[in-house]
Design a protein. Structure first.
Length: 324
């Protein structure tokens, strides 16, 4: 795998050496198995060393990794009979948000998630995962449909934030986000939200009001991006590395603040290195959580969801977790 960030380069170089030795073994009839095994052990150790000692900014970079699995990558691996639905019935469809019904090991489920897109053409189509108001209104429509038929809901969060363009503001971007948050608080079916990449600002929160909120190990969740934070605080977007440390946006830090309830492990070296294994881990946990939540009646789910979110941001909780 070619490196995308500098801190991945030593791993990539070692992987290339192993690939070259395997090619020599296959094409040249040479027995280099001992050398390959030695390098493989070194590679395993290097991956562990690099990804266990990431800086806050490196974790932000990983959450944005272009090879990281997106919503559609997970849908095709964990769901059967997926049927995507389109449109908000008010203005248009929004390709930045995917929504549809499928079966999770035979059980019906609604999955909604942001989709960033791969390649220039698709990124433009998906607006880099930044939804307009019609995207959130589509999500509302589908969630209320799922609630009518008592179908559990899974949301996959991966966006830099809601689209800030003039056209989105003219069509009521802030109202659409607020309405989505409010409607999710009223749902009487199990809701599981998972941050699979970037959890950026209100654009992420709009579909993250869930009974169980999880973050993948190398994802991030924050009220603002490090670049925007640095621009506001220091009038210098290049101070994003310092901002990423102050924001405490990694999974471990966000969990300490009580914003999420669980960190979902990723394959060694991150989900971008093994989509299939990342999907396997996600699928197993989703099944377990949905079964657990289905034991509760709808009214209890609603009350507990509201109660949990009301506790977020209490000064006593924050003071106990931060150095103040």
């Amino acid at each position: 795998m070619s490196p995308y960030y500098d801190f991945e380069r030593p791993i990539s170089n070692l992987e290339k050496k192993i690939a070259d030795l395997r090619s020599m073994t296959k094409d040249g009839g040479m027995d280099l198995s001992r050398e390959i095994q030695a390098l493989q052990r070194k590679l395993t150790s290097l991956i562990q060393e690099v990804y266990e000692n990431l800086s806050p900014w490196q974790r932000v970079q990983l959450s944005r990794h272009p090879n990281r699995p997106y919503t559609l990558d997970y849908i095709e691996r964990i769901l059967d009979d997926f049927c995507e639905l389109h449109g908000d019935r008010k203005f248009s469809d929004d390709a930045a948000i995917i929504g549809g019904f499928g079966r999770l090991d035979g059980e019906p489920v609604l999955v909604i998630g942001q989709q960033k897109g791969r390649g220039t053409k698709e990124k433009i189509k998906r607006n880099f995962g930044m939804a307009r108001p019609e995207g959130y209104r589509k999500a509302i429509r589908l969630m209320e449909m799922a609630a009518r038929f008592n179908i559990p809901i899974v949301t996959l969060i991966d966006t830099p934030g809601a689209y800030p363009g003039i056209d989105a503001e003219e069509r009521g971007q802030s109202e659409a986000i607020a309405d989505s948050i409010m409607r999710m608080f009223g749902l009487k079916v199990p809701v599981v939200g998972v941050v699979i990449g970037e959890g950026g600002s209100g654009g992420a929160l709009a579909i993250a009001v869930a009974d169980r909120v999880l973050m993948q190990e190398f994802s991030t969740y924050s009220v603002i991006s490090p670049e925007s934070c640095a621009s506001i605080l220091w009038s210098d977007a290049t101070q994003c590395e310092a901002a990423s440390a102050v924001l405490k946006m990694s999974a471990l830090e966000v969990k300490k603040l009580g914003v999420i309830g669980e960190i979902l492990p990723e394959p060694k070296g991150g989900a971008h290195r093994d989509h299939d294994e990342a999907a396997k881990i996600l699928k197993s946990r989703l099944k377990s959580l949905i079964r657990e939540l289905q034991k509760e009646d709808g009214e209890t789910l609603k009350e507990q969801r509201v109660s949990r979110f009301r506790k977020i941001g209490q000064s006593s909780l924050i003071d106990s977790q931060l150095d103040v």
